[in-house]
Design a protein around this ligand. Structure first.
Ligand code: SAH
Ligand code: SF4
Length: 388
């Protein structure tokens, strides 16, 4: 009885309804079921419907209830009055000649974050933000000069993936090759300082009945929030990347000030104990190359010494300068010399190649376009290429 179904598009056009409708994105099955129970459905039916909705939201990628054909017409009729599965607005989408894509995603309160997809031949990494801004103040990082605006919700974290998959047209979740084959939590913000929302989002992304991305294809980067590292390993088991950047506390205190709270020794101990890491699943140590600060052969040798007994690989990141920064990127010679020492000691240590520069994805280029953009994009550019 199609005529009984309300005009879904008409509902979408009513702003007052938009404001009161609850987004299902970011809810796990039990939360969807609980939300349905609140509408008056009995618990058993709610559990069944929640499974169906979860499948449509995260396996099929549906954003409109009217497309969810396995759900009864009657229910499809009233769901849009109470709930939404809409995506955040894409404020801009740019594509580089090398295929790199960059989304500026705007949430209903006007806050924006960026996500970057760096494609390879038959796969690609999506770099996702966890916060708008960052409370930490790493001195080489442009985000560090911003105040934390706010944490992202689990739904906002997942939405970055949904938006990217809509654009790339990667629905339903492919069983085999994927263009978004990896996720790197290396966008704006410190993911372990928004752990609960990040964990919830990643659990939904890993769920086998939805997006079903393996924990082996997810990498979380942290500046070293030591108490959360173990929890992350135990609960999520994702790959870990550590923003080390210095081999002694004096230098690291300046580059990554959270080091004053959790110094190198404690950080490396947490790495040694990271559940699930082994020679096949190594911890990545990110090391930004700063001219005259941390790039000497002695630093490289000390790095090798520190990494002893840790299943590690090293990512050397050419520093992306930004207006007002006091740092400069190390010379090519210094970077290659450093890489060779680390490599000769048995650790893989590639120097990242920046991508997507023609779409102003490199650090500093974006400032005129969006005040918050440069740092986040810089991170994603680094991060996405690192994980592949
Ligand atoms: N907050 C987390 C994740 C986001 S930062 C963390 O710090 O690990 C992602 C990576 O970009 C980190 O390794 C960070 O140190 C690095 N980064 C920050 N500013 C940079 C810059 N100007 N040039 C190169 N890499 C930078
Ligand atoms: Fe925050 Fe990471 Fe930037 Fe440090 S490097 S200020 S932790 S986003």
């Amino acid at each position: 009885m199609d005529h009984l179904i309300p005009d879904v598009d008409a509902v979408d056009r009513q702003p007052e309804l938009l404001a009161i409708r609850k987004s299902l994105i970011g809810l796990d099955r039990s939360e969807i079921a609980a939300a349905l129970v609140e509408t008056g459905i009995d618990e058993k039916a709610a559990r069944m419907r929640a499974r169906q909705l979860f499948h449509w939201l995260y396996y099929r990628g549906a954003s409109k209830f009217e497309d969810m054909s396995s759900i009864s017409k009657e229910m499809r009729g009233w769901l849009p009055e109470k709930f939404t599965a809409e995506r955040p607005e894409i404020t801009s989408l740019q594509e580089s000649t090398d295929g790199t894509r960059k989304w500026l995603v705007k949430f209903p309160d006007g806050q924006e974050v960026e996500s970057v997809h760096i494609p390879e031949e038959d796969r690609g990494a999506l770099c996702v933000s966890s916060q708008v801004g960052c409370t930490l103040t790493c001195s080489f990082c442009h985000t560090g000069t911003m105040k934390l605006v706010r944490n992202l919700t689990a739904g906002e974290i997942i939405s970055q993936m949904l938006v990217a998959r809509d654009t790339i047209n990667e629905w339903p979740s492919p069983k085999g090759e994927r263009m978004i084959s990896n996720i790197v939590m290396m966008g704006m913000g410190e993911p372990l300082l928004n752990y609960d929302n990040v964990a919830k989002a990643l659990k939904i992304i890993m769920d086998g009945e939805g997006i079903s991305l393996s924990k082996r294809r997810i990498t979380l980067s942290t500046s070293g929030v030591v108490p959360k590292i173990r929890q992350c390993g135990e609960e999520l088991g994702v790959n870990l990347a550590i923003s080390l950047h210095a081999v002694n506390n004096d230098v690291r205190d300046i580059l990554v000030p959270i080091n004053k709270r959790y110094p190198i020794k404690e950080l490396l101990q947490a790495c040694k104990e990271y559940p699930g890491s082994n020679n096949a699943r190594r911890i990545t140590f990110e090391y930004v190359m700063l001219d005259g600060i941390n790039d000497s052969p002695a630093d490289a040798r000390e790095l090798v010494r520190l990494l002893k007994d840790i299943p590690a690989k090293v990512n050397l990141i050419p520093f992306n300068p930004w207006p007002g920064t006091q740092y400069q990127c190390s010379s090519n010679n210094a970077m290659h010399r450093f890489a060779k020492i680390v490599n000769d000691a048995g650790y893989s240590s590639p120097i990242r190649v920046p991508r997507g520069r023609d779409i102003m994805a490199a650090c500093g280029q974006l400032k005129s376009a969006s005040k918050k953009a440069p740092a986040s994009v810089r991170h994603k550019e680094n991060a996405a290429s690192a994980s592949l």
